[in-house]
Design a protein around this ligand. Structure first.
Ligand SMILES: NC(=O)c1ccc[n+]([C@@H]2O[C@H](COP(=O)([O-])OP(=O)(O)OC[C@H]3O[C@@H](n4cnc5c(N)ncnc54)[C@H](OP(=O)(O)O)[C@@H]3O)[C@@H](O)[C@H]2O)c1
Length: 280
């Protein structure tokens, strides 16, 4: 297969894995109008892949070798520790089919991944999407060490179907991963903590969760509507905090209790874990 120069609704996109993240991207791609028969998935158990195919209309291919033979873009969507064993017996198929390989594996550098691909394989792009992909709202980073500009553009076009895309230096991948890949879980934990405080003060659990989650969504929309993004946080805070009011009292209490420290610690721990994963 020759170099992929352009991504279209008919590009054959094959997923090695049918788990949470593959599922989110498949749902987003198909919702964006990608041809269902051009989205192929496989799995290990014979369960998650057929379930995803039944739900979305994509195609389940039980045989990994057959999946690779059809792939123009091959998305590595297993766990990072599984990839070396998974790819080892597939070297000849990858050479023959020569797909553009896209890794979404956390903490796995292009240099490390290249060791699991045929010698000198250059069509390799590293991507970090997030679970927003299922809603067309992924915040995705793309980096490469060896792929061509056309290949990077094809990957950016693919992931544009499921949200926004930033092409970044691979050196910033761990930080970006913390900011966008991990943060949905951290925000969910924060909303849950906020809602629990609402329940502790008399709201029903459902009312508290709805109020907290909707307020978070509105806050995100307000932040992103600001022209000067680096100052967006300060501006939204200014608008909500009346002098001497309830919000500023709550904000000061949260900051005294370590609000900024909590987020800095989360980001640093995620970067450290990324480094450990990368070394193992
Ligand atoms: N979850 C996130 O928000 C997120 C965000 C960014 C990046 N990532 C990255 O995305 C990757 C997948 O994460 P996930 O949360 O989607 O994991 P997951 O739900 O556990 O999915 C992993 C998938 O890999 C499949 N698999 C494992 N070994 C295989 C093999 N030998 N042949 C074929 N398929 C095989 C599994 O098949 P079975 O279903 O049959 O077990 C499963 O479908 C990870 O590398 C992670 O770092 C995740």
């Amino acid at each position: 297969m020759s170099e992929l120069t352009k991504f279209s609704d008919h590009t054959k996109v094959a997923f090695l894995g049918s788990g949470n993240m593959a599922g989110a991207i498949v749902r987003g791609l198909i919702a964006d109008g990608h041809q269902k028969d051009c989205v192929l998935v496989t799995d290990r158990s014979g369960k998650s892949g057929p379930a995803l195919a039944k739900e979305t209309g994509c195609t389940y291919v039980a045989e990994t070798k057959e999946l690779i033979a059809q792939a123009q873009i091959l998305i590595l969507a297993c766990k990072p520790h599984q990839v070396a064993d998974l790819l080892a017996p597939l070297q000849q198929e990858i050479k023959d089919s020569a797909p553009l390989v896209v890794s979404i594996l956390a903490g796995t550098s292009c240099e490390k991944l290249a060791k699991s691909l045929p010698d000198g394989y250059s069509s390799l792009v590293r991507v970090m999407p997030n679970v927003g992909a299922a809603l067309g709202q992924s915040t995705t980073a793309v980096a490469t060490q060896s792929a061509t500009e056309n290949e990077v553009q094809a990957v950016a076009d693919l992931f544009s179907a499921v949200g926004s895309v930033s092409v970044i230096d691979e050196g910033n991948f761990a930080t970006f991963t913390a900011m966008a890949g991990c943060s949905p879980a951290w925000f969910a934990a924060s909303v849950e903590a906020l809602a629990r405080a609402g329940v502790a003060n008399g709201l029903s659990a459902a009312t508290a969760m709805k109020a907290a989650a909707e307020a978070m969504r509105a806050s995100a929309d307000l932040l992103l509507a600001e022209e000067d993004l680096p100052l967006a946080g300060a501006e939204v805070i200014r608008r909500v905090c009346s002098p001497g009011g309830t919000t500023v009292a709550g904000l000061q209490a949260a900051e005294s209790a370590g609000l900024r420290h909590v987020w800095a610690a989360a980001v640093e721990a995620a970067i450290a874990r990324d480094t450990t994963l990368g070394a193992s």
